[in-house]
Ligand binder design. Structure first.
Ligand code: LLP
Length: 458
């Protein structure tokens, strides 16, 4: 590496633009988030650990409410869910998007109003549907033809048995539903998270008539109340344009429904997918611009088609919680192999499978001490037993990184712990909330005892 490269690399690591807004520099290379020193957190709670800035989550919820004053903002629970998260989202006035009985049950038992919850899923189990009806979930998003009769039967059976009479079922006992439509728009940060076109498992195609067919069938079910349409074109989208194309197509389909059935649908849920930067300089979706364009297109499209304007909904997950999280790791080993330097930490693909799954790049940073002035390119790897266990390939780190050091990875709040696994029986890390100078444990570390207790055979 030349001297210029060294200097450039050093500036890159000093950039805090993708860190929570509360992040502050402490003396001797320390960093504080939510008013709490990350090095102190590592001492107190051990590593690996996930730190969640409550103020950042709440601030992002508020930003969405302000950007979308007339729309319903549903937080996508799959990004990360815990009881505290449920409370913050509720207190900030958002709704919730869940995709399993587990997420739903956690939310409702933590006090989230079921009527403000939407249930998704391309393959809902009998338990998912049973729980949704029992708890009175607000809306269920139909994702396949076979679900229609199954859901209608469950609602029908439930009403008599006192099930399905929750708020979501409406006062008339009918369950409110949306249809997930594939609008034929390709968008998203990686092929595995693009869901807007045919040829992937989600939704019903507007192009081949499957969506129209499902709509007709739902309208024929007295137990179901079709309130609107839904689409989710993909995730980690950084441009407004694909949403504009999608909303036009969705309004077109709403007009078709009105012509064919005389029904004006009341809701249009445009899903989530709002992209965030993981490293300084990366693109982010402009939420305010998105809100403005969606509103303009919706109003204009509906006026042209003679439709009443439906209530808009959006479902951000990553953009609410991703930038609020920081992962903390301890360096266990540093190895020089040929040209490469491997910095191995005490976590890895079991707490963050995203680099392995989507090739995502992160920007880890040495914390807790001021490293050497010169930097070198290193690859941060995990502790798991496979070569693909890479957390951050070819990143600049101080040249003197050594075992015992602490590394922090920003933008760690979404789809890391929620996708964590039990690989190598390492145990999943704890989640610590920081807020206004105090830290508290939200989710404790998974211990060997936890893992042993599930293992009931011999
Ligand atoms: N609504 C629906 C119906 C969804 O399927 C998703 C995400 C969202 C909303 C929220 O999307 P977001 O705003 O968070 O992008 N594991 C991947 C992301 C998978 C997203 C799945 N669905 C990752 O780590 O990037």
């Amino acid at each position: 590496m030349t001297t210029t490269e060294v200097r450039e690399a050093a500036t890159v690591t000093d950039d805090l633009s993708v860190w929570p807004a509360s992040t502050g520099r402490l003396p001797h290379g320390g960093l504080a988030v939510g008013g709490v020193s990350l090095a102190e957190l590592a001492e107190r709670f051990d590593t690996p650990a996930y730190v969640l800035d409550e103020g950042e989550v709440r601030g992002r919820c508020r930003m969405y409410r302000e950007a979308f004053p007339e729309a319903e903002v549903l937080y996508a629970a799959k990004a990360f869910l815990s009881r505290a998260m449920v409370r913050w989202v509720r207190e900030e006035g958002l709704g919730l998007d869940v995709c399993s009985a587990g997420e739903l049950e956690l939310a409702v038992t933590a006090g989230f109003p079921p009527e403000r919850i939407v249930l998704h899923g391309n393959a809902k189990s009998p338990r998912d549907i049973g729980t949704a009806l029992r708890l009175g979930v607000g809306r269920i998003v139909i994702d396949s033809p076979s679900e229609i009769a199954r859901l209608a039967a469950a609602v029908g059976a439930g009403v008599g048995a006192g099930v399905g009479a929750g708020v979501g079922a409406g006062t008339d006992g009918r369950q409110k539903v949306l249809v997930r439509v594939v609008p034929g728009v390709s968008a998203g940060g990686h092929e595995k998270i693009r869901t807007g076109t045919d040829g992937q498992k989600f939704g019903l195609s507007a192009g081949d008539g499957s969506a129209q067919h499902a709509i007709a069938r739902i309208l024929g079910q007295p137990q179901l109340d079709l309130v609107g349409l839904h689409c989710h074109i993909g995730s980690q989208i950084t441009e407004v344009k694909p949403y504009v194309t999608a909303v036009r197509r969705m309004v077109g389909l709403m007009a078709q429904v009105r012509r064919s059935h005389g029904v004006a649908l009341r809701e249009l849920d445009m899903g989530g997918g709002h992209g965030v930067p993981y490293r300084p300089g990366e693109a982010a979706l402009d939420t305010t611009a998105l809100a403005r364009r969606l509103r303009t297109e919706l109003v204009a499209g509906c006026a042209a088609a003679g439709l009443p304007v439906p209530r808009l909904a959006v479902e951000p997950g990553r953009a609410i919680v991703g930038p609020a999280g920081v992962a903390l790791y301890r360096v266990l080993a540093v190895k020089h192999t040929g040209e490469r330097v491997f910095v191995a930490v005490d976590g890895g693909m079991s707490d963050n499978p995203r680099p392995a799954l989507y090739g995502v790049r992160y920007a880890p940073r040495l914390i807790g001490r001021r490293g050497a002035a010169d930097s070198r390119t290193a690859t941060v790897v995990g502790r798991h037993c496979e070569a693909g266990d890479i957390l951050a390939a070819d990143v600049p780190l101080p040249a003197d990184v050594r075992p015992g050091d602490l590394l922090a990875v920003p933008v760690a709040g979404a789809y890391q712990l929620s996708m964590a696994s039990g690989y190598n029986l390492v145990g999943r890390p704890p989640v610590i909330a920081v807020h206004e100078g105090t830290a508290r444990l939200l989710v404790r570390r998974e211990t060997l005892d936890d893992l042993r207790r599930r293992d009931v055979g011999s």
